[in-house]
Design a binder for this molecule. Structure first.
Ligand SMILES: O=P(O)(O)O[C@H]1O[C@H](CO)[C@@H](O)[C@H]1O
Ligand SMILES: O=c1cc[nH]c(=O)[nH]1
Length: 236
């Protein structure tokens, strides 16, 4: 049965989902890393591609940008399409000076200014964390490839263009690796549905040094290391 935002039958979506923010990245994952990929839904230009990766059925489908957009797709996938695990394959801006552009960041948790952390249980700010098994799978896969990988908390911001850049040094001091816009929402949707999620991010720019920032074309295409770690997370 189709939902308002996904026009296919539950059997058209695999239990394991790779979820970039960018629909073009989802299509690129399908065309370059999937076997037998077929487009099963394309509502609002958010293509859902289902095929196999290393013999395992998987779907690649974008979240769009921000927690509100991601939460629509993640909730429908978890609650209506039998999805068990979603791994975000995203980009982030570096906050910690330990991370460099093109490095892989595996989010163990996500701090956020989004209401997803506080809306469900009044008076409580929820801990929004990755699934332990998926986290371990992502880190093992990333380390096996010999690439630079960092594991730790990220900051999920509701705003890309924020007037509060003054908070970044405090986040840095608390060990926050980078900033992006969806991980906390994904972890919250998984919690609510009793399912699992993780987030693997390519560092696309650095808040304290913009000299090596990726171009929009590179943001779309330079995600190979993150993708392999995300596949490791889904298969763990
Ligand atoms: O590259 P994606 O996965 O979209 O992730 C990051 O890029 C977008 C902002 O440019 C936001 O969605 C942010 O989270
Ligand atoms: O949200 C994001 C994503 C990538 N880079 C940033 O600086 N912010």
């Amino acid at each position: 049965m189709a939902t308002p935002h996904i026009a296919c039958e539950p059997g058209d979506i695999a239990p394991l989902v790779l979820m970039p923010g960018d629909p073009k990245r989802a299509e690129r994952i399908a065309r370059t890393r999937m076997e037998g990929a077929r487009l099963v839904s394309d509502v609002r230009g958010i293509g859902a591609w289902t095929g196999t990766i290393d013999g395992v059925p998987m779907t690649a489908m974008a979240s769009g940008m921000g927690v509100p957009s991601l939460s629509i797709y993640a909730t429908e996938l978890f609650t209506q399409f039998g999805v068990e695990r979603i791994c975000r394959v995203g980009t982030c801006g570096g906050i910690s000076r330990k991370v460099a552009v093109k490095d892989v960041v595996v989010a163990s948790a996500a701090h956020t200014n989004s209401s997803v952390a506080t809306i469900d249980v009044p008076g409580v700010s929820l801990s929004l964390t990755a699934s332990f098994d998926m986290l371990r799978g992502a880190v093992d896969a990333a380390r096996a490839s010999g690439k630079r990988v960092h594991v730790g908390p990220v900051y999920t911001s509701d705003l890309f263009y924020s007037s509060r850049m003054d908070i970044v040094p405090a986040l840095d001091k608390l060990g926050t690796l980078g900033v992006e816009m969806e991980a906390a929402g994904l972890f919250a949707c998984a919690l609510a549905a009793g399912k699992e999620a993780a987030a693997v991010l390519t560092v696309s720019d650095h808040l304290f040094d913009g000299s090596g920032d990726l171009t929009s074309e590179e943001r779309e295409s330079l995600f190979q290391d993150s993708l392999e770690a995300a596949i490791g997370a889904l298969k763990a």
